[in-house]
Design a binder for this molecule. Structure first.
Ligand SMILES: C[S@@+](CC[C@H](N)C(=O)[O-])C[C@H]1O[C@@H](n2cnc3c(N)ncnc32)[C@H](O)[C@@H]1O
Length: 254
């Protein structure tokens, strides 16, 4: 996994470009922010921070942020961007499944944004999140929606290309082999439309697997969200019909 993200680090940083893609900005991030609540003076762990734009965003909102990522190159990019923006964040190269750099009960909040679907050891990550959170602390994590997930066994059946938007019409989403929890490799594309250097591994899991992993690790589910686009931009026609992301908010109770 580490090699994939090291090889793709530059392409991934270019895609995120300090602010996330339109899908992040118009669908996911507002929901994540609502679920995190007031972060001011809270100790927040960004677990799998990527190029760190969310870590920087919440640091500017007053959180005391620690950010970890498996990729040394992405942590170096994050540090550089953070210096440029004049905020303070404690960065560490670390694995969400075995967080070596963090003692028990350290954080009020954990954000793990679009990370667990790339991680083979879901139970390991949940155990670590439970360990490093304070009792009563909150975990917010997001994934691409597993039922309607083109990084897994499903896909859109596409119609004709719209001459105005240049997007092909989405006829319906084909859900198949939902119960088969498997690894899929997919190439992401840069903004210029080129493939990333390496494929990325995605671990398809059912919603019940995610929910049960929370309760097994000692979490109480506070909210499960399937966010819709925040405006009526035609670009998101498909995302208004079926959810693109799934977001979980849970509290450490044990
Ligand atoms: C899709 S990116 C999301 C990055 C960031 N959270 C965001 O929203 O832009 C997934 C990130 O998870 C990191 N990652 C993958 N497996 C990891 C692991 N086991 N421990 C820590 N980070 C991991 C990757 O290096 C990558 O930066």
């Amino acid at each position: 996994m580490r090699e994939q993200w090291e090889s793709n680090a530059e392409a991934f940083s270019g895609l995120i470009d300090g602010e996330g893609t339109p899908h992040h900005r118009k669908i996911l991030n507002p929901c994540v922010e609502r679920l995190l609540g007031d972060v001011k003076d809270k100790k927040l762990l960004d677990a799998g921070c990527g190029e760190g734009y969310l870590a920087r965003y919440y640091a500017k909102k007053g959180a005391e942020v620690t950010a970890i990522d498996l990729s040394q190159r992405l942590i170096e990019t994050s540090e550089q961007l953070t210096d440029d923006e004049g905020v303070e964040i404690d960065y560490r190269v670390d694995d969400v499944c075995y967080i070596e750099s963090v003692p028990n009960g350290e954080f009020d909040l954990i954000l793990s944004n679009l990370v667990l679907l790339n991680v083979p050891g879901l139970e390991d990550a949940m155990r670590e999140f439970q360990r490093v959170l304070k009792v009563g602390g909150t975990l917010v994590f997001s994934i691409v929606h597993p039922a309607f997930n083109f990084y897994g066994p499903g896909s859109w059946e596409m119609g004709e290309k719209d001459p105005d938007t240049k997007r092909r019409e989405g006829l319906y989403f084909k859900v198949d082999r939902y119960f088969e929890e498997e690894e899929y490799e997919r190439y992401w594309k840069t903004k210029q439309g080129d493939n990333f250097p390496e494929p990325i591994s995605f671990f398809h899991r059912t919603i019940s697997t995610y929910l049960n992993s929370l309760s097994s690790a000692g979490f109480h589910l506070l909210e499960f969200a399937e966010p819709k686009p925040i405006d009526d931009d035609e670009f998101f026609d498909r995302e208004r019909r079926i959810p693109f992301f799934a977001v979980f908010k849970a509290m450490r109770v044990e």
